[in-house]
Design a protein around this ligand. Structure first.
Ligand SMILES: *[C@@H]1O[C@H](CO)[C@@H](O)[C@H](O)[C@H]1NC(C)=O
Ligand SMILES: *[C@@H]1O[C@H](CO)[C@@H](O)[C@H](O)[C@H]1NC(C)=O
Length: 413
């Protein structure tokens, strides 16, 4: 597995995440495991080994060009470990994926600092026999958390979230800028929610969906701080299901559906109101440059989605509406050709306080009063019944676009 940018903390947690699925206990309860030792045992036979190394409690860095760079990498790794494993209960990187009981032995994860890597800043390996991960990272990236959907969510959470604030401060790590790429996430929101097509896909950018699930601003029962960890743990082994199938089980307790969750995620992306304050600041700075030209006017207050921007599987159109500026009532009616399933929402934001509200449009229709000083967007997500799909090889079902027309009064698209 290779990454085009640096990703040491993300790679590590990806290693933990990848290892989490095979040992998942079925849905219920916490697993009582033996307490790990304060310092794990080093194993030079995981990866190429070497004579030049520096250790911390849970990691060993080989081949760093200086003690300073080794220390910086170890501090970053320990901070990530402290946040995700100690604070958030992810599986330890010291455990083999063959260790079903989670009772050890506990082994230091080896990071090899290397001069160069072909086409990547970092690479994660795992030993099949040992069941343990090891990383190779270019020298200049060994203390740079940075990168695919889950790894990028880990990196961004590590760098920006309150969830990791204690761990960052304990290991002297800065809070740094978010990785969010709104030109992609919003500008190409019509794409499949996670599309791993080479060059045009969004799999490096799609992680804000996981941030939304984690922050859970809509308070869906079954979602929250531990959702990403639970998506691994509660994956139905051997089922080949998608994470959206797992998600639908997580929210079943609240009688919500994955479709509703996806619909509300996109509604909140109209103003990046997903529980990530610095991402919203980025939105407020960049909003004028984001492509939201999704519709063509048909006359008589009706618009139709451009054929090239029809929302595909679990993607959406976010349409900022123009109002006269004085108080008005906005009515919207969305019709999908062929009766396709969708989730439509009006997102309303008070431009001075930033307060938001969301108005569901059942069966595509509804209205809301919009006051002077409020702005409003129409958001339509393509939310059909869940399908099996491979993000790296999208089938025609995932790529089928939602062709819809919208009729609006009290505002224009
Ligand atoms: C918007 O926020 C401002 C500042 O908090 C407040 O004075 C105003 O009443 C709000 N507008 C609406 C329509 O709630
Ligand atoms: C939506 O449409 C369905 C099927 O036509 C109907 O049964 C349901 O009552 C409608 N819901 C609302 C809120 O209009």
């Amino acid at each position: 597995m290779t990454f085009t940018r640096a990703a040491t903390a993300a790679l590590l947690l990806r290693a933990i995440g990848c290892a989490a699925a095979p040992v998942a206990q079925a849905a219920t309860g916490t697993v009582a495991a033996a307490a790990p030792p304060a310092t794990f045992t080093a194993n030079p036979h995981i990866g190429p080994g070497g004579n030049s190394f520096k250790d911390s409690a849970h990691f060993r860095v080989y081949g760093a060009p200086s003690t300073g760079t080794a220390d910086a990498a170890l501090d970053m790794l320990e901070a990530a470990y402290s946040c995700f494993v100690d604070a958030l209960g992810w599986r330890s990187s010291g455990l083999s994926f063959n260790n079903d009981a989670d009772d050890g032995p506990w082994t230091k994860a080896n990071l090899y600092s290397v001069e160069s890597l072909p086409g990547a800043a970092g690479v994660m390996h795992s030993g099949y026999a040992t069941g343990l991960p090891w990383l190779e990272v270019q020298h200049e990236y060994t203390s740079d958390p940075g990168v695919t959907m889950v790894a990028n969510w880990v990196a961004d959470t590590y760098k920006t979230s309150e969830l990791c604030a204690g761990a960052r401060s304990q290991f002297g790590q800065p809070t740094t800028a978010t990785n969010i790429n709104l030109q992609k996430v919003i500008g190409d929101s019509f794409q499949v929610l996670v599309d791993a097509t080479a060059d045009s896909g969004n799999y490096y950018e799609a992680w804000p969906f996981l941030t939304y699930l984690t922050a859970n601003p809509d308070e869906f029962a079954g979602l929250g701080r531990d959702t990403v960890r639970e998506l691994f743990r509660q994956y139905q082994r051997g089922s080949n299901e998608t994470p959206l199938h797992t998600l639908s089980r997580l929210v079943a307790a609240s009688s919500a559906t994955a479709q509703q969750v996806v619909g509300r995620y996109w509604a909140r992306m109209a103003y990046v109101d997903i529980g990530h304050p610095t991402a919203q600041q980025v939105f407020l700075q960049q909003r004028d440059d984001i492509n939201c030209a999704n519709l063509d006017a048909q006359g008589s207050g009706t618009w139709r989605v451009k054929s090239t921007r029809r929302p595909r599987y679990m993607g959406a159109n976010i349409v900022p509406l123009r109002t006269s500026g004085s108080s008005t009532t906005v009515n919207a009616r969305v019709n999908a050709n062929g009766g396709a399933a969708f989730t439509a929402t009006l997102a309303v934001r008070n431009t001075s306080s930033g307060a938001t509200r969301y108005v569901d449009l059942p069966n595509g229709s509804g209205s809301t009063a919009v006051a002077a000083g409020e702005e409003v967007s129409l958001v339509v997500a393509n939310t059909p019944a869940l399908i099996q799909y491979d993000a790296f090889e999208l089938g025609s079902d995932a790529q089928a676009g939602l062709d819809c027309t919208v009729t609006i009064s009290g505002a224009t698209a």
